[in-house]
Design a protein around this ligand. Sequence first.
Ligand code: ME8
Length: 644
Amino acid sequence: MSKECKKAYITTPIYYVNDIPHIGHAYTTIIADMLAIYSRLSGLDTFFLTGTDEHGQKIEQAAKKRGKTPKEYADEISAKFKELWDEFKITYDKFIRTTDEYHIKGVQKAFEKMYQKGDIYKGVYKGHYCIGCETFFTQTQLVDGELCPDCGRETTIVEEESYFFRLSKYQDKLLKWYKENEKCILPKTRRNEVIRFVEEGLEDLSITRTSFDWGIKLPESLNDPKHVIYVWLDALMNYLTALGYGTTEDKLDYWPARVHLIGKDILRFHAIYWPAFLMSLDMPLPKHIATHGWWTRNGEKMSKSKGNVINPKEVADAYGLDNFRYFLIREVPFGGDGDFSQRALIDRINNDLGNDLGNLLNRLIGMSSKYTNQEIDSSNVEEFYKDELEKVNEHIDNLEPLLFDMQLHRYLEELWKPLAIANKAIDKYQPWNLMKEGKTKEVEALLGLIANILAKVAIMLHPVMPTTTKKISEALNFEINKDSFKKYIKEKELLNKFTIKKIPPLFPKIEEKLMPEPQQEQKPKKEQKKKEEKSEGLITIDEFFKVDLRVGKVLEAQEVKKSKKLLLLKVDLGEERPRQIVAGIKEWYKPEDLINSYVCVVANLKPAKLMGLVSEGMLLAAKDEDGLSLIRPEKPKKEGTRIS
Ligand code: ME8
């Protein structure tokens, strides 16, 4: 985020009502909430939008499956999102639904404007359509000539009359925008990805459908009732219609958005289509499109059929909402993928929150009641602890730039440094000994230093942990608001007086997992568990030999089109025909360097399909922070030689 203007418009994607909210939705919304709270605290006039995306074939089908009309179904699921955000105390200013009348009007207005401008024309669309992704793909985009490059499912060929948006016309303008605005798409690697995609050439975009009905009709002036507007044009427009575009226009001065927060799956729509639509509407472009990664569970994509979907409410109920918020933001670098594990969450709560923050507060409460009658005067902090204070201020100063760059995990990392300074100061100066020496002034100053550190950290942590930091502020007797942010953060003042109140520990230690694990990894039955405990994770030689490891020779290697990770290999294992193996090693190996080289193969793995290609084995490899290296026999060995 940048800070040039006094208004800040922050948005989440609007969520499809084809499914109930899961951890991914909560992640996006919680980050947006953090940005909105920070933005308000720093004095910006903030407008935070979220909502639901309710049109399209996917929703129509989901409703039909349940014997409901699309609207009935949308009402039900949309309410679930709203309820969850309310329970999560998300501070949104507006919840938009694409079935809202003002939104429909606004979208039709925009369509009309683009049409009048000559950016929309009528033609015939013939293409490969993925129903799951609601997206048409060109032949060159497909994997294996027919599979969706995003989800790998089969596409269907659809031929229909359609209106097109002249996306190709905006190719150069888009490239100019990306190049001139280094931070328009964050993280920067995503921007490069988009630039590469656009440089390959943009085709005009089909923006209406006649094959189903559940969508916004074209504006009446076009007199073409069989078309509905493509769900992505409809959905993206929510960012403008929520501000009254095409109707009241009452909040349009919040535009352009300061940040559209999105997941990486919807980058193309936001970073290519959306700015092109905006250019066509003569509207300014958003400041930042911030793209986060994907949450998985035990390394796997979450899906209902696997029963491994994480319900955010269950996590918040079990571990505490603020703790969950902290974990989501701290655990994974923004932009990267993250794996959800209860162990990691428990470690964060016990260590970062319990040890570093909670204990510090407890120690302060304890010392203040022992040494200063729970009143702390900070007048002498600067005299005794100038170095510590300077360092604390430096760390605090580093925070805002990290937030603006969406380096949110580093924001928290940096925020923990003042806590480390405070904890260290107690150990170094040992107030109990100072007391013995009669240095009461120094003790009070030390407590003043710690209380001030806790207060400043609480203010800056407030956007991440709003409830917990309120409790800290109550224990220290100060307020977290715009004024205290200005005084104690921006102007680096110290709070002069504290009246300390005893409160129960904020982060009681968590000893064991508080939620059941998904079915497939539930704990084994008692007897088996005992057996397993005995062997402490060791396996027998028979168990080892169940894995059929063989030497193989690579005969052919080529890239899997549209895949960043995969290579397609033909590997000779001394069998009748070579095996086809799809390996995720493209980042580290060129196909030509692999040909005729030897590899180690797991030969009795069940065949699996990757990007529509059957893989009949797996290569052994070792990966560390320097990259990946294949495991190979030291000398060439006959193809198919067993490895033991
Ligand atoms: O795409 N990990 O809606 P959607 C992290 N309606 N984030 C995840 C996630 C996961 N496993 N799964 C989902 C749509 N998300 C459109 C958006 S906007 C004009 C229209 C998050 O319900 C992520 O932010 O499929 C993703 O972009 C969003 O949920 C998509 O939710």
